[in-house]
Design a protein around this ligand. Structure first.
Ligand SMILES: Cc1ncc(COP(=O)(O)O)c(C=O)c1O
Length: 424
């Protein structure tokens, strides 16, 4: 037998192993100041590329005023209960109607958090007779929802339609045997590398296979499509998406989430989502604030237009300078470079401390060995000069990387921090 705590001490987990030298800097970085394109990190101002505040609503004066007024009137906690017990208000229902209209669905239901909401949606939709087929790069909330499923599940290779078809054939056999159905799940936008899910192509497979389609459009909502209704609208297949999900944590600059679809199914979800039935309702400031944010999405298309102007300036600027930004076709802007995790560490430190640029960084095992991925999230609030400054800084650190500058520093860094990376 093992003592659980002893095992945990020996193996602190995939992120925990970096805690001693990374916490507060690379992991759980502590930023100060108003959320926006300039924040304070380690006492110095940085151009900040790490907030999913796509439309810059975090600091929109009308949003701040609405949130503050709602908090003053209701407190931060109202209503004091789960939706099913005592947490339903007219404002919740109004926001649901407006969200449903916005994403062109019959009905919507609010969720107090996106992650738990998605886990429960998957849990509630399928029985053990059903089969789930989902993209291998799916967000953790989808993966965890599938973990609760008592029946069969298959992954298809990321955005690979041949692999999806193969897995749909396998799924159809199992579903046939069990007298169950098939649920296909993917994302509207993959948040790490910025590729849209191939929603239209998946919808087209409905003519060949019998399945229902659930889409997590966390990054697409508000940023894609003519009206901002997301990746389904962009790809002209919103109608064929059976269940549409998005969080408020990105374009809506808030917290909470919603699920939308056909009236009966949303009603079924309302009565069966365990993470909502047994947890507190989305609080009033966020509901009233959500109505304001949605009004801005609807009535101020110039905000989305500005976001896309910034996205194009940043992405074109990077490509013109020879950077590999992969196949992004969304606002998410990954910059891929060759280098070891230790080089990545030094490069990011240099970028933050000497160039005043803050981006997120991802290394192996999240991405293949030998690759460094810096992820930039442009917003409508970034200015031209902030983009230009960032492009120049990227050129400079890339030159340093390719000339071996960080490699030379790495030996020293490894020694000082007593680390065990094999390659530098
Ligand atoms: C794709 C995706 N789905 C779901 C979530 C979870 O949403 P929430 O932050 O509202 O829990 C996130 C992160 O916010 C996300 O990026």
């Amino acid at each position: 037998m093992t003592d659980i705590f002893e095992r945990i001490k020996r193996n602190p987990g995939p992120l925990g192993q970096f805690a001693d030298y990374g916490e507060g800097y690379f992991i759980f970085p502590r930023l100060e100041g108003k959320i926006g394109p300039r924040m304070i990190f380690q006492g110095k101002e940085v151009i900040f590329w790490s907030a999913n505040d796509y439309l810059g609503l975090c600091n929109h004066p009308e949003v701040l005023e609405t949130d503050a007024k709602a908090a003053a009137e209701y407190g931060m906690f109202y209503p004091m209960g789960a939706r099913a017990m005592s947490g339903e208000t007219d404002q919740h229902l109004q926001l649901e109607r407006e969200l449903a209209d916005f994403v062109q669905k019959e009905s919507a239901y609010l969720l107090n958090f996106g992650y738990q909401g998605m886990v429960s949606i998957i849990d509630a939709l399928v029985s053990r007779h059903d089969v789930i087929v989902y993209d291998s790069d799916s967000h953790a909330c989808i993966v965890d929802g599938v973990r609760l499923h008592l029946g069969k599940s298959f992954t298809f290779k990321h955005n690979d339609m041949a692999s999806l078809e193969k897995n749909l054939e396998r799924a159809a056999k199992v579903a046939e045997e069990n007298n169950g159905g098939i649920l296909v799940i993917t994302e509207g936008v993959f948040g790490m590398r910025g590729m849209q899910g191939k929603l239209k192509e998946i919808c087209d497979l409905k003519s060949k296979f019998n399945f229902r389609f659930l889409v997590d459009d966390a990054h697409g909502f508000g940023t894609l499509g003519k009206t901002g209704a997301g990746a389904g609208e962009e790809q002209v297949c919103q109608n064929e998406i059976d269940i549409y999900f998005s969080t408020f944590a990105k374009s809506m600059a808030g917290f909470g989430a919603f699920v939308a679809g056909n009236k009966e199914i949303i009603r079924y979800l309302k009565f069966n989502l365990r993470s909502q039935i047994f947890a507190k309702s989305l609080t009033m400031p966020m509901v009233i604030g959500g109505l304001k944010r949605l009004e801005l999405l609807r009535t101020k298309p110039e905000i989305k237009a500005k976001l896309w102007e910034n996205v194009r300036k940043l992405q074109n600027g990077l490509q013109e300078r020879g950077f590999n930004i992969g196949n992004t076709n969304t606002c998410v802007t990954p910059v891929m470079m060759q280098g070891s995790p230790v080089e990545a560490t030094l490069l990011v430190k240099d970028l933050r401390e000497n160039f005043g640029i803050f981006t997120s960084v991802v290394v192996y095992p999240v991405i293949p060995k030998g690759m460094i991925l810096l992820r930039l999230i442009p917003t409508a609030s970034h200015t031209d000069s902030e983009i230009d400054e960032t492009l120049s800084a990227f050129e400079a650190i890339h030159d340093k990387l390719t000339s071996g500058h960080y490699k030379q520093q790495a030996e020293q860094f490894l020694k000082e921090n007593n680390l065990r990376f094999k390659e530098i």
